[in-house]
Every structure is written in C-alpha cells, then in structure tokens.
Design a protein. Structure first.
Length: 90
C-alpha cells in the first residue's frame, strides 16, 4: 500500500515537472499580454457542465500564461487560434 502511494506521488511530481511553469492571470491581464505579442499563438478550450468556462493559454517570453473566463476573450488582429478539446493545468 505504501509503495503504491509513493509511486502515485512520484507520478504526480513528474507530471508537474513536465508541465513547466504556468502562470495564472486574470482575463484582463491575459488580454494585456496578448496585445504585447505581435502574432500570438493562443490555445483555447471550452469546458464546464453547468456553466460555460473558456480556458486560454499563451506563451510570452518563455513563460506560459493561463486564464479562465466566463466570457470569450477578444483576440488582437493576427492572433493564431488553436482549439483544444481540454486544457489541463496543475
């Protein structure tokens, strides 16, 4: 039993290491970051059972920025959008 728990803890730790640094920001700050990028590549996913949530992920200066909003974000001209089935953030 203890070995199983240790293996599960190690798997979780490895998953967190593999995901790198993800910075959670509010939707307004996310839009500010988008406007700093000339041609942003944004990953989007829609989730939620009772309420629709929009999840967004973008890379800026080597860091990954994530936000979740109840309304869709308006992207700047020239943004490339990738629609994902899900975005999972630890």
């Amino acid at each position: 039993m203890a070995a199983t728990a240790a293996a599960a803890a190690a798997a979780i730790a490895n998953a967190i290491k593999a995901s790198g640094i993800i910075i959670h920001v509010d939707p307004v700050e996310f839009q500010n970051i988008l406007h700093k990028i000339e041609s942003p590549l944004v990953v989007c996913a829609v989730c939620g059972i009772f309420f629709t949530k929009y999840r967004y992920l973008v890379s800026y200066k080597g860091l990954a920025f994530f936000t979740q909003a109840t309304e869709e974000i308006v992207f700047p001209k020239g943004a490339e959008i990738i629609t994902a089935k899900t975005i999972w953030v630890p």
